[in-house]
Design a protein around this ligand. Structure first.
Ligand code: PNS
Length: 179
């Protein structure tokens, strides 16, 4: 895969409440093309998440503690203003399915209009993550379902702490309540 300019920084913006393996997959793909990826969490005062923005930062830092090319930050206001401020040339977004496209296309064109110097690049996660979203992960966990393999271990642990739940037993969720 072609490599972008030396020192290239891509911003990967989102809510990340919480980060999923689909997001991790996109970050890994981003690292193949860009020198560094900055995960930028939107601070949205109108939307209270399950995890506070501070907790989301901690979770992502822990997930990438051995990967210095991935950094985490928060932003408010326009994404392109944030991108320019940190010297990013690219916005990376994941496209899971056609249903993502319309919203993403609108955002990409609006961002281009706001600042044509920052390019949006779409990346497709592995098919196995095409149905994974933060919203569904939270719903499944809250209702007692298994989220291992859908999120990094730190997220599963933090979900358990949040809901005051004991670690899942090995094999739980497999072969039960079928049909
Ligand atoms: O993961 P999400 O919640 O779909 O991410 C949406 C996000 C954070 C990328 C988007 O809401 C955003 O960039 N917000 C910042 C405000 C902004 O720049 N708006 C104009 C561009 S459309």
């Amino acid at each position: 895969m072609p490599r972008a300019r030396r020192g290239s920084l891509a911003v990967f913006p989102g809510s990340f409440d919480p980060i999923t393996n689909g997001h991790l997959d996109i970050i890994a793909r981003g690292l193949h093309v860009f020198d560094a990826v900055r995960v930028a969490i939107l601070v949205n005062s109108e939307k209270r998440g399950l995890f506070t923005v501070g907790e989301r930062v901690e979770i992502i830092r822990e997930a990438y503690r051995r990967e210095p090319r991935v950094t985490v930050d928060t932003f408010s206001g326009l994404l392109v203003h944030y991108g320019r401020r940190v010297g990013a040339t690219v916005i990376v977004r994941g496209l899971r399915a056609v249903s993502d496209f319309e919203y993403e296309f609108q955002m990409a064109l609006m961002n281009r209009r706001l600042d044509p110097r920052i390019e949006t690049v779409f990346m497709m996660p592995a098919e196995s993550y095409s149905y994974v979203s933060s919203r569904l992960v939270k719903e499944v966990f809250e209702l007692g379902g298994r989220v291992r393999d859908l999120v990094p271990p730190v997220v599963e642990r933090r979900l358990r702490e949040k809901y005051g739940r004991a670690p899942a037993k090995a094999g739980r969720g497999k072969g039960r309540n079928r049909g």
